[in-house]
Design a binder for this molecule. Structure first.
Ligand code: GRF
Length: 190
């Protein structure tokens, strides 16, 4: 894998709301980080997150195509924009092995649970049903298996008696916004 120097170009894949994307953009501007969001790609035209990219004059594309074509176009854009690190921020599609191998650079994902627990969807409901005391969020490297790559940073919160999946998702989202930029700081440090 390449050694990262100078300003590190970060690409972000989204599918929807884009609150994590928004926080990454805000954080990198406010803290003058050595990484910056240079490209945003959504697999949904209507993704709200695309607005934050536009507002901040960041190159942004919606590719609403079947997986194979999406990945081919996305790889092209990543290469044209010299993207060094790819972040998955609420990207609701599993990347193929072929994509991961061809990109051949760091890919990181944020997941709303204390991985390796509760991979996949509907984490908050499952966490509550299981009677867990804690939950949280994890940023990890992406490999070909779902939510399974090496952990970069994880933060936990205590579950309250009155928590519902909705209240938990709000509280966990706050943690996500805190740890995602920190994960980029960690992997961009060397
Ligand atoms: C977050 O909870 C993230 O962990 C999960 O999808 C959600 C995306 O939220 N993978 P947003 O689009 O960043 O607001």
């Amino acid at each position: 894998m390449e050694k990262l120097t100078g300003t590190i170009n970060v690409g972000v894949l989204i599918s929807g709301r884009g609150s994590n994307l928004k926080e990454l953009i805000k954080y990198s501007i406010k803290n003058k980080t050595n990484w910056k969001i240079k490209l945003v790609i959504s697999n949904k035209k209507k993704a709200k997150g695309l607005r934050f990219a536009k507002k901040n004059k960041i190159a942004n594309f919606a590719i609403e195509k079947k997986k194979e074509i999406f990945e081919k176009n996305a790889l092209n854009l990543l290469s044209k924009n010299n993207i060094n690190i790819l972040c998955l921020a609420g990207f609701l599609r599993i990347l193929s092995k072929n994509f991961i191998n061809k990109f051949n650079k760091k890919i990181i994902n944020i997941h709303p649970s204390l991985l390796p627990k509760y991979k996949g969807l509907n984490t908050h409901k499952r966490v509550l049903e299981a009677g867990e005391k804690y939950t949280g969020s994890t940023v990890h490297f992406v490999n070909a298996k779902l939510d399974s790559g090496k952990k970069i940073i994880q933060k936990r919160i205590k579950i309250l008696k009155r928590d519902t999946p909705t209240s938990l998702s709000k509280r966990v989202l706050k943690i996500e916004h805190d740890i995602f930029p920190k994960a980029l700081n960690i992997i961009c440090k060397n």
